[in-house]
Design a protein around this ligand. Sequence first.
Ligand code: ADP
Ligand code: MG
Length: 593
Amino acid sequence: MKSVIQLLPENISNQIAAGEVIQRPASAVKELVENSIDAGATDISVIIKDAGKQLIQVIDNGIGMTDIDARICFEKHATSKIKNFDDLYIIKTKGFRGEALASIAAVAQVEMKTRHKGSQVGTQVKVENSIVLSQEEVSTPEGTNLMARNLFYNVPARRNFLKSNQVEMKHIMEEVNRIALSHPMIRFRVYSNDSEIAHYKEGNIRQRIVSVMGEQINAGLVPLEEKSDYIHVHGFIGKPDFSRKTRGEQYLFVNNRFIKSSYINHAVMQAYKDILPADHFPFYAIFIDIDTSMVDVNVHPSKQEVKFEDERLVYTFVNAGVRHSLGMYNISPSLDFNQDVSVVNWDAFKEPKSFNPGNSGFISNHHNAIRNKQQEWQQLYEIAAQISDEEDETDNDSAGNEVSAEGRAPVQLNKRYILSQVRSGIVLIDQSYAHERILYEKYKHAIINGNLGVQKQLFPVSIELNNADSDLLQELVADISHLGFDVQYFGSNTFVIHGMPADLPGIPEKQLLEELLEQYKNSGTISGLNRQERLARAMAKSTCIKSGKVMDDIEMRSLTDELFSCENPYHTPGGKSTLIKIDWDEISGRFNQ
Ligand code: ADP
Ligand code: MG
């Protein structure tokens, strides 16, 4: 019987394979631009005619190819980027399958000029139907200039399947923009039918976002920065008022590769819960940099999906990062950090080295990095300067204009919040959280650097504790002496108190010590804190002003001043916000003004 199985001619099999890689002009643009980036280009031009149906041309100033490489790059599985199986796991380049040029050469008429860096002359190769038609020397600048004409000229079914020029052009720009956002140091130009439609100059990420999205987005951007040894999440997120009814302006990059992930998207959207208008989507351009061995980008042919080794960890990290960013910029009116604190010890990595927690926490290990301190400070100084400005103004015009003077003095609300007006809006300080932060920094400093004043007791007092508290206090006696406690163990769970911290109001000794021990025990649920850190936290919590305390004008002002001279004025050591700022814009927005 006659055999019916035949091997497909190579050009036909390439055409079929091409269908997977090159679905439309935008996919060819993406592959070519990524090749230029892999070749180290710093300047890339994309020239399109008839939405890519007539011409897709990419010109770069990368390393170029030698004449041999220029010939074999169109072979299937021709790649310079991986040599063995293990390389697949550490891949850093955009492409690695060696399929793109072979696919393009199977479905378009290709003409490529390239000159390898340092070579005197370049080479020009023409390929059609996967066959190299010619190769000759040519004079051309260093880098590569590739033209793909008449895409799908030999696959009419596919060509007919293409959408209108407008739609195809939109896809092309989407691809270019994704790549441009993740490579701000590369200059990109796009021409369509001979006119320049995009020109992104090299710059930082923020500048690139503004070039791509338009100047109007600038005021709506909030930086994001969370770092650990294991994962670095950074980029920009949009303020809620800048959200849109369409989801299109959301970009996620893993190791600088654009990906789609409903899982990570969920982590972001959860952080915006309650602060977004209904049916709105915030802008974001979030970059997750993670050890390449912890992520598999090879799960989907077009490489838009990833699989993380530890998905939950990435979720938690991104979610907490976005919430923290929103909180830090006081966009979110109330953030509940309680949940995080047991998992992610935010504060631990903001404190000076000597205060870094031990190495017990799994995640907190990864969180030892520096935040976007500079911007934080900048905003802090702005608020602090505005408050003192307003107060000066108040003094000046108090005689002439009582109403405005009254309006500007700090006001206590609900025996808990201190309201101040600043130029750009209002600031609300939580008196208890603010005081906790102030005291925490003071105690932390005292434990390390020296003793706080001791008020010697005229008559030493003895107190008896239960077994557990007694054991604990014995352990802590030396440390608490730095805080002004002069306590001596007497045996049988009894302690003699010779002195108490000088600046503490008359809280009974036993009550204060028991409260301190209680708070100290509570702090044990947070992983990664050492004894001194726990003690500073516990002491701050035990002795801070509570809500319900009526504060006079002078107390409110000095609390505000002290808060603003803290190293980290925005959060309690446990991560709760100490203050929120609401801009006039937001207030007028809420009134629909
Ligand atoms: P891959 O990118 O997966 O390696 P491609 O088919 O896209 O496969 O490219 C094949 C090879 O051709 C690349 O590995 C690279 O060595 C070379 N190449 C492609 N485009 C360029 C370019 N613009 N500049 C320099 N070399 C290139
Ligand atoms: Mg490639």
